[in-house]
Design a protein around this ligand. Structure first.
Ligand code: NAP
Length: 333
């Protein structure tokens, strides 16, 4: 028995060492560098600074549009007005997490310049130019389609969504503490949805000692909730399940916390709606009933911009490296 454990221990350590050495070797021979890449970072918030830091470290040539008020210098990154940029050599455009507005505007906290991504700009780029965004909308999908460029929505990736659920739940804990006069420990919490965010929320609140029930619509989710040692319920029974709760945390991007559900909640219930705008809660009715309901978008960027930025930076550098390798491979053929 002891020998088996020792053998497993040796094998694990050996595998970890091997992976680490392979990664180092890869860095050492330069294949992880982005030396020939020209990238525009278009607007954003503090998360973008981590992306800039990582990509400049990897030797990419960066053009920063919408950053003129940023005091921090980054060697290898040049601040430019959008209309002064020459897009004909740009390999990639990196948008902030929300992408663009429905009018094409790109949010930036480092500039008063109005940054608008247009079809015309995309058409000036080389045909291999890829646009990276957190999420997309009709406007962005439309200009991407018309200009025949590629769009990567980082938040559609499971790895990004799962890593991002960690700062999201930390922000949710902060909101629960700030907006209740009871401890999370021993409080009754209903988590709606067992997706990438819902699972992390349910697990962490339970680890803090809350009595957590989780609502889902699929039987495999009900099974998973049971396996996690939490109390499962079907979402079509939501009205009955909210009668004894202190906090309702919604992750379902669909209007499920409607007036009929809110009407069944105890008056002190706090609703934290994490689902993307406009959330899944009837906020008008909650206010009318005197129930505190908070829509809480973008928590990672608020509570942990550095970590949230690093999550994006790591995935982006991997994707850009793959893109560069593919392109170099094609050029050689
Ligand atoms: P996800 O993995 O797709 O999970 C969504 C969950 O909602 C799943 O359990 C899904 O169940 C359920 N669902 C979807 N439509 C439903 C409907 N009509 N009726 C019942 N259940 C439904 O998404 P996620 O990554 O967990 O993200 C959840 C939401 O949080 C998204 O809106 C995301 O944009 C947002 N988010 C917010 C923050 C923040 O800071 N507030 C951070 C990250 C993400 P099925 O599997 O049965 O479809």
């Amino acid at each position: 028995m002891l020998e088996t454990v020792q053998a497993l221990y040796f094998l694990c350590n050996h595998t970890i060492r091997l992976q680490r050495d392979t990664a180092r070797a890869k860095e050492g021979d330069g294949t992880l560098m982005l030396t020939d890449m020209q990238i525009v970072i278009m607007g954003g918030d503090a998360r973008q600074l981590e992306i800039i830091r990582k990509l400049t470290e990897l030797d990419a040539k960066l053009y920063l549009a919408g950053f003129e008020q940023l005091e921090q210098p980054f060697s290898g990154a040049v601040k430019e007005k959008l209309h002064d940029l020459n897009f004909s050599h740009i390999d990639a455009i990196i948008l902030p997490v929300p992408g663009t507005s429905l009018e094409g505007e790109v949010e930036t906290i480092f500039s008063s310049e109005k940054i608008i991504l247009t079809e015309k700009i995309l058409q000036q780029t080389p045909s291999h130019c890829t646009v990276y965004s957190g999420i997309s909308n009709k406007y962005l999908d439309n200009i991407i389609k018309k200009s025949n460029r590629k769009l990567v929505n980082l938040f559609e990736r499971d790895d990004v969504a799962i890593y991002n659920s960690i700062p999201t739940v930390e922000g949710t804990i902060m909101m629960a503490i700030q907006n209740t006069d009871i401890t999370i420990h021993q409080s009754s919490i209903a988590v709606l949805g067992l997706g990438r965010v819902g699972m992390t929320v349910a697990r962490i609140f339970s680890l803090l000692g809350a009595k957590v029930k989780v609502g889902a619509r699929k039987s495999e989710h009900i099974a998973r909730i049971t396996e996690m040692g939490l109390q499962p319920f079907y979402l079509n029974d939501l009205r009955n399940e909210v009668k004894d709760i202190d906090i309702c945390i919604n992750t379902v991007p669909y209007p499920i916390v409607d007036a009929a559900v809110i009407a069944q909640m105890p008056p002190h219930t706090l609703i934290i709606d994490l689902a993307s705008k406009p959330g899944g809660t009837d906020f008008r009715y909650a206010e009318k009933r005197g129930i505190k309901a908070l829509l809480a978008p973008g928590l990672p960027g608020i509570v942990a911009p550095k970590t949230a930025g690093q999550i994006l930076a790591n995935v982006l550098s991997q994707l850009l490296e793959e893109e560069l390798e593919n392109r170099k491979g094609k050029e050689k053929r």
